[in-house]
Design a binder for this molecule. Sequence first.
Ligand SMILES: [Zn+2]
Length: 91
Amino acid sequence: MNSISKLDYCLDRSAGASLLPYGLNTLSDPESKHFEEHLLSCPTCANELAKVSLHLKAISIQRLVLVQHFHITGRTFEQMMQQLVVNASDA
Ligand SMILES: [Zn+2]
């Protein structure tokens, strides 16, 4: 192991900026490959990616629940948001 593995932050700013796009699968192939190579030498980014992936999974599950709710209630997204705003102002 080299000394980089002992750091708790990433020294490569461009790699840090690639974390979320990589998690969302929106990087180009060369960008993905470059970030994956960085992950091999950067435990900080590897750990962050693991956390980001958990959040993204939770968001996609919530999105599925919302979509099911739309189908059951027959409401549009705008109607749901309107109701959320009304509920929030009542609270
Ligand atoms: Zn890194």
